[in-house]
Design a protein around this ligand. Sequence first.
Ligand code: C5P
Length: 218
Amino acid sequence: ADVPVICIDGPTASGKGTLADELAQALGFWVLDSGALYRATAWAALQAGLDLNDEAAVAPLAATLPLRFAGGQVYLGEENVTEALRQEAVGLGASTVAALPAVRQALHALQLGFRRVPGLVADGRDMGTAIFPDAPLKVFLTASAAQRAQRRHKQLIFKGVSANIEGLLADLEARDLRDKTRSASPLKPAQDARLLDNSDLTIEASVDQVLAWWADQR
Ligand code: C5P
């Protein structure tokens, strides 16, 4: 557990993934997108026609996920599921299976395995509170809901997907509410987390802030 971890937790579409990737690149660290594990579980359960609330059926799937990250792509067995996992419906499904304690339990050890030298940047909802409680730097990243919906909207339009802001806002607020109010590892800042509101910050400014905190605590 001497391998350092930087935890980036926060609500949907707050920019955790981008921040984590940039930090990992700057520091030469590994990166863990923990949301992808919940998304892959939801995807596999949907493919199998399971009820996403059926804990006894979904948890074994999570425990044996043939998940692989390679070259910026995510594979489930032989299948490239990178695009599939990004769908809003899969994100919403992920927040359903993520509320099941047996699913969180099944994914726990898998996440610990990403902690390798020289270090890890882990993004999610409970990196600092449940998975890496001993991490030397924990960041809780937020942005206003309106700002987050707008960013998600821009991303989708850029990809040529039509979307409306009101619908996106409603979806992300529903997901945040579910993530914050579940009893198993709810979304909340760790006691020793540093809060970063990036509503009015560029990506570079957010990266610089976290790098400054990192330099500070070493
Ligand atoms: O971060 P992302 O949007 O990919 O996560 C999808 C869903 O997975 C979240 O809404 C949340 O319910 C769940 N999740 C979680 N714990 C994590 C990461 C994601 O519960 N560490």
